[in-house]
Structure formats: C-alpha cells, structure tokens
Design a protein around this ligand. Sequence first.
Ligand SMILES: *Cc1c(COP(=O)(O)O)cnc(C)c1O
Length: 435
Amino acid sequence: MTTFSQELFSQEYARQLDAQDPISHLRDEFHIPKQANGEDEIYFCGNSLGLQPKRTQEYLNYELSQWQKLGVKGHFSGDFPWMPYHEFLTEESAKLVGAKKSEVVCMNSLTANLHFMMVSFYRPTAKRHKILIEDHAFPSDHYAVESQLRYHGHDPKESMLLATPRDGEPTLRTEDILKLIAEQGDEIALIMLPGVQYYTGQVLDMQAITKAGHAKGCKVGFDLAHAAGNIPMQLHDWNVDFAAWCSYKYLNSGPGSVAGCFVHEKHHNAEDFLNNELPRFAGWWGHDKESRFRMENNFMPIESVESWQLSNPPILSLAAIRASLDTVKQAGGIQVLRTKGIKLAAYLRQLLEQELSQDITILTPKETAASGCQLSLVVDLHGLDSKTVFDRIEAAGVTCDFRYPNVIRVAPVPLYNSFEDCYKFVTILKSSLEA
Ligand SMILES: *Cc1c(COP(=O)(O)O)cnc(C)c1O
C-alpha cells in the first residue's frame, strides 16, 4: 500500500505529486471535456467511456482519405491496408493481456464475443451442464449465459451457478469461489467470471480460479471489460481458455468500438474444429488467408484465434483502436500505467479516509492485488443517499457514474487523470455532503 504524508489534502501537495509523475504529460494527448465555466471536468468515468486521444481524428481521417482516393484498392494499398488491418493491433493487444500474438484478435463486440466463445467452450453434457458466474454479474453477461443455457435446453434455475459474497460483505472471497469449484466442479462445464468486477472494482484471482477450474475439468473464461487497460494480466501463462473485452472503457477507442478476444493457443488446432471437438460459428474472415479469395466454400480455419473471426471488420473503428494502443505504447505499456494507477487510487483512497471516513464507505478491496483504478463509494450520511450526492457532484463539474442500487463509481485513470483531479474531487464531494 502506497502511503502519503499527513498534509496530503492540499492542492499544493497534489501538484507536487503531478510534478513527480513521469507520465503526467500524456494528459495533453487527450481531449478533456470542459465545464460550462471553461475549466476541465473532473473526468472519472474512464471505466465507462474512455476519453478521446487527440491522434484518433488523424488516424480516422487517414482511412477516410484512403477510401476517397483509392476506393476498393485501399484493401491493399497505403501504410495500413485494410485487408490485414486487424493484424496491426495484435502486438499491443497481446501485451495488454499477457498473450501470444496468435492468441488475440479485435473483432465484433464484447457480448457477441462472449456468445461466440460459449459456442465453442460451453459444451454441456447430462452430468456436466452448469455455468458458474457471479451473483451480481453485469446484465449483458447474465443474459448471455442464461440464453446459452436455454439454447442448449437447460433450465437456468438448475444450471446457472452463482458465486455470492458472504452476508454483509460487498465482495467475493477467492477461497469461497475455489470451494464452490471444488464442491460442484464435476457438474460445471464452464466458469465465466469477470477479471475486474464492474460494480465493486474488485480484481479476481484469475490464475487461482483457472487452476481450480481446470483441476475439475471445467473450461475457464473471463470477461475483461474492466480489466483490459486497467491491470496487467498473463492469460497465456495462467492457461485461461478464453477471454473477451471491450475497447471503449480503459482502452479509449470510442463508443461501441470493436472488442478484443483471446483464445489460448492450445485450442488453435484446425483438427479440433474439423472433427467437431471444438466447434465454432464460422465466417469467411476465419478462413485460411491464402485461399480466402478462391471462394471454394471449403472452410479451413486459420490456426490462431483469427479463425473465430466472421466478417471483414469496421476499419474506422479499428483505426480508433490503433490510435488508442499507440497512446498506451507511448506511455511505456501497461506496467507503467498500472504503477501510476495504483498510486492515484491509493492517494484518492487516503484522501477519502482522512477527510470523509464517517460519511463514505469504500466497497473496493484495499489490497493492491485486489483492486484497479476504480473505487466504488457508498454514502452513509444520515438522510443523504448516493444518488443525491451523485447529482450534486455532477453539477459541480465531476463526471463519474452512479450504479443502482447505491454506488458511485469513480475511476482516476493513469493516462489522463492527475493527482490534482483527485484532490478537486474530494473537495467537491466534501462540500456536497455538507450542503
Ligand atoms: C461494459 C460491459 C459490457 C458491455 O457489453 P457490450 O457488448 O460492449 O455492450 C459487458 N459486460 C461487462 C462486464 C461490462 O463491464
């Protein structure tokens, strides 16, 4: 746990921390929304929609002008031809999640990828038919799992297994998840949990969960919506079967931008597809690149995660991802971001504890390994609820979000937030609690 001196609650001190921050200059690489008075917003919503890198417009304009000048020939011409465009994103995406290059691809949207992954990795039998998710899963994940169960003729009441925090505790305990797997693993076909829980900001122990699941013969996949670009991971070494994430939260690629997907290399064997060991829904973009345009209607999967691709991808969206990944690269990579992210969150937490511990509860675990950028706050003050306070801070220049039933989520992100943002946020929160 990083600790700061006693006098941390001053603008001067926050500015000192910013002056010592080796990547503070990256804020200038982003468009920061302005308040009505012309000042920068306190933008703590990068866990929901990351801000736009300034270079994004340039990257998009380049593709628009290629299309203007070249028409269909843009598929093969220019610095970034569209035909292999997704390959320009592979190396940096792989670093973000700790994967080999053959294991990651940008395609589709997050929920679509979860479905396509379940087509391959949820293979229920009469005895092994359950999917383990968490009690408070993000609605889209819950619906995806529920509908997959129904699609296979299973009753979600019997086949959807929910990991639940203990009474009175906001977050899951790893030991409880592992116990559930040990006890019911023989009936679990698939474990699908978040890398970082969206409501509480808790980081789950993906390595331990994967190991426990595999020991019981389960497939293990993760939703990394709140993990990608937030915390470093080692999906390959952890032996995770699959993962999917969106690119518009910590990865700043714009609303609804194309998602990421990981499939471990042990599942890339074309034979497994051809003999139906590992079925998948196929499209022409998953077919062998050499013979794709021979149009022979004889599907040969690319021996990489790319064989799960269906369509030729939206290049404008991929261009925005390329801009975002270049910004991460400019920062020095995910480890550098994590180092600052830990410090920002620790500073914010210490300010809240010092100034507002009577009025605010932080749901997010305190241990560094169990938390990322986000802190989830509940207002405990008599007669005031989180929603009222949320409305007040929003009116005072803070952009963060409120999640039912009663949490204010704030995420200072390392690419563009400052220690001064944290200071200003706590100042505004304090006065809105007094009002
Ligand atoms: C943001 C988020 C989603 C959003 O799904 P889309 O398919 O991108 O709309 C899904 N699941 C989780 C856990 C999320 O945090």
